[in-house]
Design a protein around this ligand. Structure first.
Ligand SMILES: [Zn+2]
Length: 412
């Protein structure tokens, strides 16, 4: 372990308060006084998952000295639901004064983004489900002015970008041109659809100085089409509404931990792939602190702890975020992740692939590929070989998102 003594002291102090004050953690043993022993203690603390957070919410997560109703009346916190699928959906005690600084600090771990954010007239736009942009809701018809908060413009008003109408696309394209964002935060599926809409219309949009992708797993096809439409560097920002931003991708492609705001334990999964589950213990958070919370994703740990970008992190670096753990399959002792299926599809189709979207639904691989009638079968064969399973490829016109507005790669 390469964490500093100061880091462990802080983890010890904060978790001691969690155990003493938060009903959900009251039966945990208190951490040892010696910071050098906190590591071992933490590893033995039972993880909590979404189910535990849901049970007894919000009371089980409110510290004994806190008054939730007063905090809500004072608009210090709000209760909001995350935008996962039904099984994943969570309610969260959400505090803007916590969220905003930890997200900005995570973004600044990337030197290029830090420079852009420090520049004059920095302005950011957000393209995601209307339900999950910064804890506010943007459904329905609002003016661009009504969708602007703290200098950020929220483009989207519709929960189903598969069926964005021409007029919605044109409104967003126009707003993008007029606003000319310096930074863009986007759901990769949404931005890829938006990029294709711009390309299909021959519209050249002003390129931002950077794009961060978050909210769901990024496939190769999404990255390809975003890169075609925008001459901007694209970085992964990995986090969750209930846990904050955990990792930020740097200019050299490594994901660095946002470790002033959370301690992450990576629990290795079977196989040779350096895959791990992510358990997070939040730091510096007054409301809804998390102690060994299993975020439900699988990540690939980087081979090295050092990075050419020069940013020194105490904790481990990630190579990429592989997808949801419930979407993984174990074949011959090896965990196969959604992004490994995506790798196999693109290895089979080659660099000229025109496939836009895929979804594994039971024993059928659905493929959206307007330019090719044969890619569905080839993609299904590649995925079937990886999963040791017979799959049928089916070319479809569209794949709909879940009710939450998020797309799923694997559906059982
Ligand atoms: Zn780096």
């Amino acid at each position: 372990m390469s964490y500093s003594n100061a880091h462990w002291r802080r983890v010890g102090e904060e978790t001691r308060r969690m155990v003493a004050e938060v009903p959900l953690y009251r039966d945990r043993r208190s951490p040892p006084a010696d910071p050098a022993e906190v590591d071992k203690w933490l590893a033995a603390v039972p993880p909590v998952g979404k189910r535990e957070l849901r049970r007894g919410f919000p009371k089980s997560l409110v510290r004994e000295n806190q008054d939730l109703h007063a905090a809500m009346r004072n608009e210090q916190v709000t209760l909001l639901a995350t935008s996962g699928t039904t099984a994943d959906r969570l309610q969260v005690i959400w505090e803007w004064s916590w969220w905003d600084p930890q997200e900005r600090e995570a973004m600044r771990l990337n030197a290029r983004i830090a420079k852009s954010m420090a520049g004059p007239e920095f302005r950011e736009a957000v393209l995601t489900t209307p339900a999950c942009g910064g804890g506010t809701c943007h459904f329905g018809s609002q003016t661009a002015e009504e969708r602007r908060i703290d200098g950020m413009l929220f483009f989207n008003e519709s929960a189903d970008p598969t069926h964005w109408t021409d007029s919605e696309c044109e409104r967003m394209l126009r707003e993008w041109r007029e606003f000319a964002p310096r930074g863009v935060e986007a759901d990769p599926a949404y931005l890829a659809i938006f990029a294709r809409a711009a390309l299909a219309r021959g519209v050249r949009l002003p390129s931002p100085e950077f794009i961060t992708l978050t909210y769901e797993t990024t496939t190769r096809a999404m990255r390809r089409d975003i890169a075609r439409a925008f001459d901007a560097p694209v970085f992964q920002l990995y986090g969750a509404t209930e846990a904050g931003v955990l990792f930020m991708e740097c200019e050299h492609g490594a994901l660095h931990p946002n470790e002033r705001h959370g301690h992450v334990d990576l629990v290795p999964l079977p196989g040779r792939g350096r895959l791990a589950r992510v358990l997070v213990t939040t730091l510096g958070r007054a409301w809804m602190p998390l102690l060994r919370y299993d975020i439900g994703d699988v990540v690939r740990v980087a081979e090295s702890r050092t990075c050419a970008c020069g940013l020194v992190s105490d904790g481990p670096l990630l190579e990429r975020v592989e997808g949801r753990q419930s979407d993984c399959t174990t074949v011959d002792g090896e965990v196969v992740t959604p992004l490994m299926l995506d790798d196999a599809i693109h290895a089979a189709l080659g660099i000229r692939a025109t496939l836009e979207q895929w979804q594994l639904a039971g024993d059928t691989l659905l493929v959206v590929d307007p330019a090719s009638a044969t890619s569905a079968a080839a993609a299904a064969e590649a995925v079937g070989a990886l999963l040791a399973q017979r799959l049928r490829g089916e070319r479809v016109a569209a794949i709909a998102p879940e009710a939450s507005g998020k797309y799923r790669l694997v559906k059982r």
